[in-house]
Design a protein around this ligand. Structure first.
Ligand code: COA
Length: 328
């Protein structure tokens, strides 16, 4: 029986400050009703300067390690999915490694936007299939609020900050672990969802900052259409690869970007509402953090049992998208 990759601990951490739809009504021309009905979001968490990405990530990691009973010195690798690191160098993963004192662990960030956690988990899976004793910390962590233009109602109502983490290792137990993972991208559509500035393509100029190139720009309707199409197709691909039918799914954990996207996917897969995990109302779209936060909430609520069949799917800027089937 070859080794399979299982999650043995989860954790999440949200910044203290909560921003409600009513608060947003005072900042931009929007309404609680519009935000709730068009996105499903009611509140989101916003990090303060003393809660940078690496802090959120470290707190989530500590909770996951506590649940798993894994000490920092035992970690072999730390992977952080993020598009909003504390700074360009070093990586968030290295800062987390330092904070945890995980001295033997390698550490790197993975830039796959909202698909970052599933991309990271699939890489961890490849290592663990080779050596089931490895212990890998996979995190999704974001501070999107600092890359959001608070004058742009198209984006500022959607995004939130937070971090989620998972400790993964190998098992030979039957009917458990990651079954299949599927990574995709389409760079030709990058302009539909992008942060144009602050990279190295051009010097950062006052003129660029004036134009708002430091912020997320999104053509929402086009992103929506592409997300729905990609998430459905990767779901069928993952199910087929696992040899499952949609009725075999015990829980769908989808990237929490918009309640209508998740609802559309639920209908296309023919799932009942109790088979879909949703927490977008509390946190908004936290990009790479959304799936690990959802997993941690489902886990701590006692919704996940060994052997359960999970389908996880994500979609984000790039575009990137990913799907994974897993027996919990
Ligand atoms: N409050 C009030 N009105 C708003 C608004 C807001 N916060 N944001 C946009 N509107 C307005 C628009 O200006 C537009 O007005 P108009 O008809 O007078 O031009 C109207 O609402 C409809 O805009 P549209 O962009 O077509 O709305 P939508 O139904 O597509 O919803 C999103 C907008 C952003 C919620 C939706 O497109 C979406 O969720 N897209 C995917 C986002 C996503 O998943 N991004 C991340 C991928 S990881």
């Amino acid at each position: 029986m070859p080794a399979r990759t299982i999650i043995i601990g989860t954790g999440s951490h949200l910044p203290k400050k909560i921003l409600t739809n009513q608060d947003l009504e005072k900042i931009v021309d929007t309404s609680d009703e519009w935000i709730r009905t068009r996105t499903g979001i009611e509140t989101r968490h916003i990090s303060s300067d003393d809660e940078p990405n690496s802090f959120l990530a470290t707190q989530a990691a500590k909770k996951a390690m506590e649940m798993a009973g894994v000490r920092a010195q035992e970690l072999d690798l730390i992977i952080v999915g993020t598009l909003t690191p504390d700074m360009p160098m070093p990586s968030v993963a290295c800062l987390v490694q330092k904070e945890l004192g995980a001295r033997k662990a390698g550490a790197f960030d993975l830039y796959a936007t909202c698909s970052g956690f599933l991309y990271g988990l699939s890489i961890a899976d490849k290592f663990i299939r080779d050596n089931r004793r490895l212990k890998i910390l996979v995190i999704g962590s974001e501070v999107l609020s600092k890359r959001v233009n608070w004058k742009d109602r198209n984006t500022c109502v959607i995004f939130g900050d937070g971090a989620g983490a998972a400790i993964v290792t190998g098992t030979r137990e039957p009917n458990r672990g990651i079954v299949s993972s599927h990574l995709h991208a389409d760079g030709s559509l990058w302009e539909l969802l992008a942060i144009r500035g602050l990279g190295t393509a051009q010097e950062v100029t006052a003129e660029q900052l004036e134009k708002g190139w430091q912020y997320i720009e999104m053509q929402g309707r086009e992103v929506f259409k592409n997300a729905v199409r990609a998430l459905e197709s990767v779901s069928w691909e993952a199910l087929e690869s696992a040899g499952w039918h949609s009725e075999d799914i015990d829980l769908l954990v989808a990237h929490q970007a918009n309640i209508r996207i998740i609802e559309f996917l639920r209908e296309r897969l023919g799932l009942s509402k109790d088979k879909v995990f949703i927490n977008i109302s509390k946190y908004g779209n936290t990009s790479a953090a959304s799936i690990p936060i959802a997993l941690d909430e489902a886990n701590r609520a006692g919704m996940l049992h060994p052997g359960m069949r999970l389908l996880m799917v994500a979609f984000g800027g790039g575009f990137t998208w990913a799907g994974m089937t897993m027996r919990w």
